[in-house]
Structure formats: C-alpha cells, structure tokens
Design a protein around this ligand. Structure first.
Ligand SMILES: Cc1ncc(COP(=O)(O)O)c(C=O)c1O
Length: 398
C-alpha cells in the first residue's frame, strides 16, 4: 500500500460527530430560499424547547453571544456583582464585564467540580454585610455534571439574585431524573454548539428561558435592538415598520446552521449514551490505579460527559503535567486542561486584585486535571489504546 494512503489517528479531547443525515440537512437548506432569517431558526428553537422543556428559546451566533444577550436581557449594569465559578470558560465571567458589571467567584465543590453552595453563601453573606447586593450567579454545569441546583435555588430565594445556568457542557444530563431541569431552576440557560460540544452547528448557541419578558428582550438584543412587536411600538407606519428601543447586536445564526442543529439534536440521546459508555470504560480502568481520581457523580445526577476530567496526582509522580502532555502528544493523544482558573487570568488579577490562593480547591483541581479524549466516535480499540498509553506513561513515572 502507498504510505500516503495510511491515515494515522490522532485523539483530541473532543470533536464533532457528523453523518450523512446532517450533510443532507445542510444541503437541503442551501437549496431552499433561506440562508438566514428563514424558517429553520424557529424550527430549531421549537425543537430545543421540546427537548429541554423550556417555554422560550433564542438561537444565536455562539454561546458567548448568548451569555452577552442574557446579561443584557437581565439588565446587568455598572456596580452590579455577578458571581461564577473559577473553573469555567472565560465567557461565563466575561459576559458580566461586557455589561459593565463586576465579577467575583465562589470556589468549586471538590467532588462535583461545580460551584460550592456553601462557599457561594459565604460570599453572599459578605456582600450583604457590606450592604451590597449580588445581582446574579452564573452556575456552570461543568463537564456535564449538574450543579447542586436545589441548594442554588434556596440561596436565590434567600438572597434574591438572578440565576443563570451556563449549560454548555450539560445537554442530556439529568438532575433528579429530569433531563429538562435546566430552565426549571435557572432564569436563563445558555448552550453552545461549538464542534467539541454535544451537538454542533459549527458556531452557534441558544438561550432557554420560561420568562416571556426576558425572551422578548433577548430576541430584540439579538437583532440590533429592533422590534416589530405591535404591543410596544410607539407608532406603526406599515408592514415595513420597525423601531429600535435599545442598542443591540447582530448575533444572528444562519438557517444552514440551524438545519444542522435540528439534525444534530435528534441524535443527542445517542451521543450522550455513547459518552456514558466511554466514561464507564475509563472509570473502570482509572479507579484501579491510585495515581488517578476519576470524575465523581452525585447521587441525584446523570452526567452528560462533555468532558472526562481526569485528575492525576502529580505530586506523587516524577513527571510534571507539561511532561505528561508532551509524552501523550508523542503518542497522538492531545489532552487539554479545563480550565485555568479564571481569577488567575492577568485581566482578572489586574482588574479585581485576585491572586493565587484565593480559590484553593479550584487551583488544586487545575494542577491535577487533564481532559482526555471524549467523543462518541471513539471506538473500543481507541479506548484501549488511549488508556494503555496514559497508564503506562504514569506507571513509568512512579
Ligand atoms: C462553559 C462554557 N461557557 C461558554 C462557552 C462559550 O461558547 P462559544 O464557544 O460557543 O462562544 C463555552 C464554550 O467553550 C463553555 O464551555
């Protein structure tokens, strides 16, 4: 065989699963009259509402844009305080900065890796003692493990803040046997359809909510602050007429992307089932070796495994995380780390004075965590190869 024809697999931490149905759905959309602002938008929104049990959905350009829309829709502004987890993607915190608000963090729970309600309450009490009100909490269902939503909802009632679920990692997860938990607990829920996520539209995202007023605002901010809603127009010159009531953005998503999203969404359950099989395989291997801590799952939770965050006890090994990354890369396994604690980013250190030691559980987690390959198209042979490579590399470093 010509050596040029041999493709050698590499294993990233995540990637999309695209089949012929997806390709046909996009081709059909391309052949239709609508490339953007057409019927696929509402069709995708309806499908998302049906799947996740929300009353309203707004699809948009990406998950970050969705968080920005939530910040605008919930009315965050200068001097408001928004609290999130340090173990998240930058966007969960940055959305508050976009709106002019201040960001603070509450450390994670060492088992679920999601925001710790006790640490959050400490922060809420601290701000209350300063006569300051926390406007909102952005809780992140990190890796696909739902937060302790019962505790968060109790805190919301006690301290009166807005609750956002950054749900980018968790579509398909269950909380108290409910796959539709997200919009029941949070005022607003955001998704991302980036290719590493459970379902993809290339770039894309959505906001889910049960609050009609918020939904209207989000749809208005998504398209330049324009409205054609007759109930709020100051006048109506005719069918072409629109008014701009606030400064919005062009955060629209195309019909081509939504056609792909509808097709992808129909396969979410299958994707999540395979992710759970992969996690079961990994758990069985890594639980028998004391150099590893595999993800823990709370009792009332079914994990959706956007990520498989494996912790490695580097302090007991003769190898650093950097060296392990290089050794795995040489074996075509491209790990990633989720995440560098956001409070340690130069921007957040300079703007708010955060420093190492502020959120010790998150910082320890960052030292130990690596995200190993997790996506539905991994075969059992791939899993054997990946686990053997990781175990052997770590065993040699003992
Ligand atoms: C937790 C979390 N929030 C927000 C985002 C932002 O989504 P997007 O990349 O679609 O802008 C991501 C995506 O990486 C994410 O993982």
């Amino acid at each position: 065989m010509n050596s040029k024809n041999i493709t050698v697999k590499t294993y990233s931490y995540g990637k999309q699963t695209i089949d012929e149905d997806d390709i046909n759905a996009v081709v059909d959309a391309l052949k239709s009259d609508w490339m953007t602002q057409g019927p696929a938008i509402q069709k995708f929104e309806k499908a998302l509402n049906e799947k996740f049990g929300s009353k309203f959905a707004s699809v948009a350009a990406n998950g970050t844009a969705c968080l920005h829309l939530i910040a605008l829709g919930l009315g965050w502004k200068k001097n408001d305080i928004v609290i999130t987890s340090p173990i998240t993607f930058l966007a969960s915190a940055n959305c508050a900065i976009y709106a002019g608000a201040d960001v603070d963090f509450a450390d994670i729970d060492p088992l679920s890796y999601t925001i710790d309600p006790n640490k959050l309450e400490d922060k809420l009490k601290f701000y209350a003692s300063q006569n300051k009100n926390v406007k909102a909490v952005v809780a992140v269902d990190y890796a696909g493990h739902p937060c302790n939503w019962n505790a968060l909802k109790n805190l919301k009632e006690k301290y009166n803040f807005q609750l956002v679920n950054d749900y980018c990692h968790a579509p398909g997860a269950e909380y108290n046997n409910d796959i539709q938990y997200a919009a029941k607990y949070a005022d607003a829920v955001n998704l991302s359809f980036h290719p590493v996520k459970h379902i993809t539209t290339g770039e894309g995202g959505a906001v889910l909510t049960n609050d009609e007023t918020l939904d209207k605002k989000i749809k208005m901010f998504r398209t330049h602050g324009m409205t054609k809603d007759e109930t709020i127009l100051e006048k109506n010159d005719g069918p072409w007429y629109y008014e701009m009531h606030d400064v919005g953005f062009n955060y629209r998503i195309t019909d081509l992307q939504c056609a792909l999203g509808i097709s992808q969404l129909s396969k979410l359950d299958k994707f999540v089932a395979r992710r759970r099989e992969i996690a079961k395989y990994y758990d069985a291997i890594f639980s028998t070796n004391n150099s590893f801590i595999h993800p823990h799952i709370s009792e009332n939770v079914k994990h959706a495994y956007h990520l498989y965050p494996l912790q490695i006890k580097f302090d007991r090994l003769k190898i650093s995380k950097k060296e392990l990354f290089a050794k795995l890369k040489a074996q075509r396994i491209l790990g990633q780390v989720h995440y560098i604690p956001v409070h340690l980013q130069p921007f957040y250190r300079k703007k708010f004075g955060f420093k190492p030691g502020d959120f010790p559980v998150s910082e320890k987690f960052y030292e130990q965590e690596i995200s190993i390959p997790m996506y539905p198209t991994l075969t059992n042979e791939d899993l054997e190869y990946i686990t053997a490579a990781i175990i052997e590399t770590v065993e040699k470093a003992k």
